[in-house]
Design a binder for this molecule. Structure first.
Ligand SMILES: CC(C)(COP(=O)(O)OP(=O)(O)OC[C@H]1O[C@@H](n2cnc3c(N)ncnc32)[C@H](O)[C@@H]1OP(=O)(O)O)[C@@H](O)C(=O)NCCC(=O)NCCS
Length: 209
């Protein structure tokens, strides 16, 4: 539901309800998220970027202003999943035959092809491509320019770095990290960190990252 907040009518003829979309977190990611709403909201809707600990009005719609999962989880704990809306940039292309979970963010120029499935709170960043029949789990982060080729699987909270490519049908396990520019030719284990072309094991992901 889109949010509303009371503002005085300048003409004095009554009180209008101003709709608000609140972007929680004012780091670098937030400006791109704000652009997702340009030309898409009603004239009586304002989009504001605020620090992550801003206390929204009960009927504000919320979206994430930052990408890392621990920050998103903190906000979800504070406000509840149902308060968060999706943000899809006007220049992104999302197939009508894709099925996306709630509170996803699809940034400028990204492409989501037919029969893609995504979970909740997923970030598909600038110019990333998710090809047909891919599965992308909750909280997955697909960095700018990354490409998931057909039927690739990126499990929950996995991170695919900038310009990395996951070859068709390969699986990036839960909480795994694929380094920037890597080409994933084999399945990646949960929590495994890989990099390079072809992608090779670097180390295991720590609990604090
Ligand atoms: C893969 C990654 C997670 C590794 O991080 P790290 O554990 O801190 O790695 P380090 O910087 O300590 O490097 C360890 C080794 O791996 C190499 N390496 C690191 N990242 C690499 C990459 N993307 N490709 C190839 N080699 C890489 C380093 O050169 C170093 O090699 P050396 O031991 O021979 O010197 C990180 O480098 C990365 O690529 N992150 C993705 C960033 C990204 O895409 N962000 C998007 C933000 S929107």
């Amino acid at each position: 539901m889109v949010a509303q907040t009371a503002v005085e009518d300048a003409t004095g003829s009554g009180v209008h309800r101003m709709r608000r979309i609140v972007i929680l977190g004012n780091g670098g990611h937030s400006a791109g998220v704000a652009e997702c709403f340009i030309g898409k909201v009603q004239p009586n809707t304002e989009v504001i970027i605020v620090p992550w600990d801003f206390m929204p009005e009960p009927d504000d719609a919320l979206t994430f202003g930052m990408g890392p999962t621990p920050h998103k989880k903190k906000l979800l704990e504070l406000h509840g999943q149902e308060r968060f809306c999706s943000a899809i940039h006007p220049s992104a292309t999302v197939s009508r035959r894709a099925v996306c979970g709630s509170a996803i963010q699809i940034m400028a120029g990204a492409i989501i092809q037919a029969k893609v499935w995504t979970g909740k709170n997923v970030l598909i960043n600038t110019g990333a491509i998710v090809e047909h029949d891919c599965d992308v789990g909750d909280f997955a982060f697909i960095a700018p320019g990354a490409v998931l080729l057909g039927k690739a699987i990126v499990e929950e909270n996995a991170f695919v770095g900038g310009n990395a490519t996951v070859l068709p049908g390969r699986t990036v396990g839960k909480d795994a990290i694929v380094g920037a520019g890597a080409v994933v030719t084999n399945d990646i284990q949960p929590r495994e960190i890989v990099a390079g072309v072809p992608a090779r094991h670097l180390r295991w992901r720590r609990d604090d990252e």
